[in-house]
Design a protein. Structure first.
Length: 407
C-alpha cells in the first residue's frame, strides 16, 4: 500500500514497530525515521523484543509502540488521511486519538478479532487474571470503532464484527478488501539461488513426489500437530510418493520437529526467503491451510489462500466457513476433520490418488485468484477508496495533493 500510494503521487509515511514479529528480531534499537528508495518515509517505533506471540512481553512492546507514536506524531507534518491496521489495539487507539485531536480522517483496517481471540485462548486462573486487561481492550476497541472515519476489514465478516463491537451501523465508507500478496516477483538472481536450495533439499519439480507445503509462523493458532501426526500415519508406499514441506518458525517448531524426526517425507525447512517460498510454491502440487475453525478464521480468507491460488495450487484444509465454501464451490479443496490425524492421513492419500487432476485444478485456481485476490485490482481499489475518504472528509482539497499516512 505504501508503494502504491507513493506511485500515485502521494507523500506516504509508513509507521511500523522496530520488532520484526515473524523473525523475533529488532529492526532498530531506537525509534528511527528513514527515507525508503520505494518513495515513502518509514518510521520505526521502538518496542521491546518478545519471545512468544502470546506473552506479556508482546503486550508491553505494543504499549511502547503506541506511546512512541503519541509522542512523535504531533512533531511531524500533519497528514490528510491515516490508514491504520488493527491489531495492535494500543496503536490503533493512539492513532484514532491523534486523528480526532487534529480533525484528520482515519480508516481502521481490521485483520484480527482482538481481544476476542485473546479471551478464547485463556482459561481458569489465567482467564480470571486477564479480566481487567480484556475490559480495557474492549473499551479501547469501542472507542476506536466509534471514532474511526471508516471501518475496513479483510472480509465483510470482519467489518461486520468490528461495527457490532462498536455498536455502529455500516456506512458508505465501511467496506472490505481481501488480503493480497505483493505481485512483485523476486529478482532473477534470488530465484536462481532458491532453485539451487530446493534442489539440494530434494524438492525437485522433476521428481515423481506429490509435494505439499505450508509456509508461515508455526503458532499454536494452527492445527499443525494434527497435520504432522497424520503424515506420520501414512502407509510406507504413500510416504515414498509424498513430500510435505513445512517452512517457518514459531512456538510449535520444536514439538513438530520431534514428531516428524524419523520421517524422510516430512521436510522442516525453517524460515525461508520470499524467493525461496516463490520457487517452492511453483514446485508444489497443493498448499495447506491448517488453521483452526475459530470465530475469526471462519469469516476470513487467510493470506495463504490467495498465495496458494496465485501459484495455481488447490488447497488442503480442515477450516470451515468462507474458505471451505469457496473451495467446495470451485472444486479446489481437499478436506479433513480438524484435530483428526486419521482424517489427515486419508486426505493425503486422496490427494495422491488425484494427481491426474492437478493440471485442471491449476487453471481453476488461477481463475479464482484473478477474480477474488488479484493484488493489482485490490490495491488500486484500496487506494481509490482512501482518496475518496480524504476527499469526502476534506472536499475543499485537491485529492491529488493528499498525503496518506500508512500505518
Amino acid at each position: 500500500m505504501a508503494e502504491r500510494l507513493a506511485l500515485r503521487g502521494h507523500e506516504v509515511t509508513w509507521w511500523n514497530s522496530t520488532v520484526n514479529h515473524q523473525r523475533k528480531e529488532q529492526r532498530a534499537s531506537t525509534t528511527s525515521i528513514a527515507d525508503r528508495p520505494e518513495g515513502y518515509k518509514l518510521v520505526l517505533l521502538y518496542g521491546r523484543l518478545y519471545p512468544k506471540n502470546v506473552s506479556f512481553g508482546r503486550i508491553v512492546s505494543q504499549i511502547q509502540n503506541a506511546r512512541e507514536f503519541a509522542r512523535l506524531a504531533p512533531t511531524l507534518p500533519c497528514p490528510d488521511i491515516i490508514l491504520c491496521g488493527y491489531p495492535p489495539i494500543e496503536l490503533a487507539e493512539a492513532a484514532v486519538r491523534f486523528a480526532v485531536s487534529q480533525n484528520i480522517p482515519i480508516a481502521i483496517d481490521f485483520r484480527d478479532m482482538w481481544p476476542d481471540i485473546i479471551a478464547d485462548h485463556t482459561s481458569g486462573l489465567t482467564r480470571l487474571a486477564a479480566i481487567p486487561a480484556l475490559a480495557y481492550w474492549n473499551r479501547s476497541l469501542r472507542y476506536t470503532v466509534r471514532n474511526a472515519t471508516a471501518v475496513l476489514g479483510v472480509t465483510d465478516g470482519f467489518v461486520d464484527w468490528a461495527l457490532q463491537r462498536g455498536s455502529r451501523r455500516r456506512g458508505p465508507l465501511d467496506r472490505a478488501f481481501h488480503l493480497a500478496i505483493n505481485p512483485t516477483p523476486p529478482a532473477k538472481s534470488d530465484i536462481r539461488d532458491a532453485e539451487r536450495f530446493w534442489d539440494e533439499m530434494g524438492i525437485a519439480s522433476s521428481s515423481d513426489h506429490i509435494i505439499g507445503c505450508f509456509a508461515g509462523t508455526l503458532s499454536h493458532r494452527l492445527d499443525l500437530k494434527t497435520l504432522v501426526q497424520g503424515a506420520v500415519q501414512l502407509p510406507v508406499a504413500e510416504k515414498q510418493r509424498a513430500k510435505l514441506v513445512i517452512c517457518g518458525k514459531g512456538d510449535q517448531d520444536e514439538e513438530l520437529r520431534r514428531l516428524g524426526r524419523n520421517e524422510k517425507h516430512i521436510v522442516f525447512a525453517g524460515w525461508r526467503t520470499a524467493a525461496e517460498i516463490h520457487v517452492l510454491l511453483r514446485r508444489c502440487h497443493y498448499g495447506i491451510v491448517p488453521y483452526f475453525s475459530t470465530a475469526d478464521f471462519v469469516v476470513h480468507y487467510p493470506n495463504k489462500v490467495g498465495e496458494y491460488l496465485g501459484a495455481g495450487l488447490p488447497i488442503m484444509t480442515g477450516l470451515t466457513g468462507l474458505v471451505r465454501s469457496l473451495l467446495e464451490m470451485r472444486g479446489l479443496g481437499y478436506f479433513y476433520s480438524e484435530g483428526d490425524e486419521t482424517s489427515v492421513a486419508k486426505c493425503l492419500q486422496l490427494i495422491s490418488a488425484d494427481r491426474l487432476s492437478f493440471g485442471m485444478k491449476k487453471q481453476k485456481a488461477l481463475e479464482v485468484y484473478k477474480e477474488l485476490f488479484d493484488p493489482e485490482r485490490i490495491y488500486d481499489s484500496f487506494c481509490l477508496h482512501l482518496e475518496h475518504i480524504a476527499a469526502t472528509a476534506s472536499p475543499q482539497k485537491d485529492v491529488a495533493s493528499h498525503r496518506p499516512m500508512a500505518l
